[in-house]
Design a protein around this ligand. Structure first.
Ligand SMILES: CC(=O)N[C@H]1[C@@H](OP(=O)(O)OP(=O)(O)OC[C@H]2O[C@@H](n3ccc(=O)[nH]c3=O)[C@H](O)[C@@H]2O)O[C@H](CO)[C@@H](O)[C@@H]1O
Ligand SMILES: C=C(OP(=O)(O)O)C(=O)O
Length: 422
């Protein structure tokens, strides 16, 4: 298995282009199942998760291909040949469950493997299931698969989500586009990826209002057409690279970034003593590499501080002046990076959903390993300023969500390389 070797030492200077959002693209791709006509996504990131979704869509009969050089994904689902999302694919990537709503709406039935838990938490699908049942679906769990059918078609309904789940909002919004009548989703997720999906569906002919608020109204239509849609900027990749010049010192412009995507994150950076400038081309972060101030952070649904940036922020706070507290409220087990950061000399105490981080002068490089995507990148960030060499193993997690991480960071001056494993 490959590993990434980072040698600490700044500063980092230059530009980092930010890719299209993994989490938007993973919801946009299944939208192709709703239409017989082609869906073209531009600004698509080149990631293993996108390849996995491509394979899943192909297994359902979609013609899905990525035109790698242009960051274009071309998909067409004229004829569906299967409605079964196989365990072998779903277990690799939870977002595979986003085919459930579209398949049910288009074909009237679907068999989708339950993804099971993952490193960051149990992640059940009860909110997706409740909502689809309100739309008239009958769903039972057999042999590890959700067997869903809607023999009379889906019908619009009022759906109040028990929690503003991103995936459930996406699944239900897609399913409702082809349901008969009006669906109103309240306590809906408001993440930018939801807005992006709604905009794409609207371009395909869907009637949706209220995306980006907690009340989304969808008027069902008979059919959807094709569309070309540009995937929104990846706000998590953006936040990750914005931290690099803060941790290592330097001046980096993250191209394509806008403040509205990372407002709560930028507010926490300001509290820590770091200012961010919107340049028109992106977000520019300058820092002298000195220790930032400690801050307290609670992860929340959008527009609150994103759970997907918690690990990276913890990497920064390990060397802050004072004691920081991080409360993780979205996932029950998302501090696996903490013991690895401790191996690098950080002082972190985790109790339940709270991590208390006492800033130290400097981290020291060490061999570290991560069990999920954002934990992996937090270790790379930590390595950028640590004394000596940090070797991050299990980098396949990184390949899920960060395209060309070594290239992007080395171009701004980081000493980082990928070492091929056996
Ligand atoms: C591919 C993708 O877009 N992934 C993102 C998406 O994941 P995902 O869509 O899985 O996240 P959700 O918003 O659904 O989950 C948030 C919380 O709700 C719980 N829950 C969710 C659904 C359900 O039916 N029952 C239930 O209890 C989950 O276990 C979790 O504790 O949003 C998360 C929260 O911003 C991000 O961290 C992930 O990066
Ligand atoms: C948790 C994440 O992804 P997923 O929902 O695909 O596991 C993530 O992107 O940080």
């Amino acid at each position: 298995m490959d590993s990434i070797v980072v040698t600490g030492g700044g500063p980092l200077n230059g530009e980092i282009p930010i890719a299209g959002a993994k989490n938007a693209c993973l919801a946009l791709m299944p939208a192709t199942l709703l239409s017989e006509e082609p869906l073209i996504l531009t600004n698509a990131p080149r990631l293993s998760d996108i390849s996995t979704m491509t394979v899943l869509l192909q297994s359902l009969g979609a013609d899905a291909a990525s035109l790698q050089h242009d960051k274009v994904l071309a998909m067409s689902s004229h004829d569906l040949t299967s409605t079964r999302a196989d365990y072998d694919i779903v277990r690799k990537m939870r977002a595979s469950n986003l085919v459930l709503g579209p398949l049910l709406a288009r074909a009237g039935h679907a068999e989708v493997s339950l993804p099971g838990g993952c490193a960051i938490g149990a992640r059940p699908m009860d909110i997706h299931i409740d909502g689809l049942e309100k739309l008239g679906a009958e769903i039972e769990l057999r042999d590890g698969y959700l067997h869903a059918k809607a023999p009379g078609g889906l019908k619009g309904a009022q759906i109040d989500l028990a929690f503003p789940s991103v995936g459930a909002t996406e699944n239900l919004m897609m399913a409702a586009t082809l349901a008969k009548g009006t669906t109103v989703i309240t306590n809906a997720a408001r993440e930018p990826e939801i807005v992006d999906l709604a905009r794409c569906l609207i371009a395909m002919g869907a009637q949706i209002e209220g995306e980006g608020t907690d009340r989304i109204e969808i008027q069902g239509v008979d059919r959807l057409g094709g569309a070309t849609h540009r995937v929104v900027t990846d706000r998590i990749e953006l936040g990750t690279y914005m931290l690099a010049p803060v941790i290592a010192g330097g001046d980096v412009e993250c191209l394509g970034g806008t403040l509205d995507l990372v407002q709560s994150f930028v507010e926490k950076l300001a509290e820590a003593g770091v200012s961010v400038e919107e340049t028109g081309r992106g977000l520019r972060v300058r820092h002298d590499g000195g220790r930032v101030r400690a801050v307290d952070i609670t992860t929340e649904v959008f527009p609150g501080f994103p759970t997907d940036l918690q690990a990276q922020m913890m990497a920064l706070l390990t060397t802050a002046q004072g004691v920081s507290t991080l409360h993780e409220t979205i996932f029950e087990n998302r501090f696996m990076h903490a013991p690895e950061l401790v191996r690098m000399g950080a002082e972190i105490e985790v109790q339940g959903g709270t991590a208390r981080v006492t800033g130290v002068e400097r981290l020291k490089g060490a061999p570290v390993m991560a069990t999920d995507l954002r934990a992996s990148v937090s270790l790379i960030l930590a390595g950028l300023a640590a004394e000596g060499e940090t070797v991050v193993s299990r980098v396949y997690h990184l390949d899920r969500g960060y395209e060309q991480v070594v290239r992007k960071l080395s171009r701004v001056g980081a000493q980082i390389e990928r070492v091929k494993g056996t």
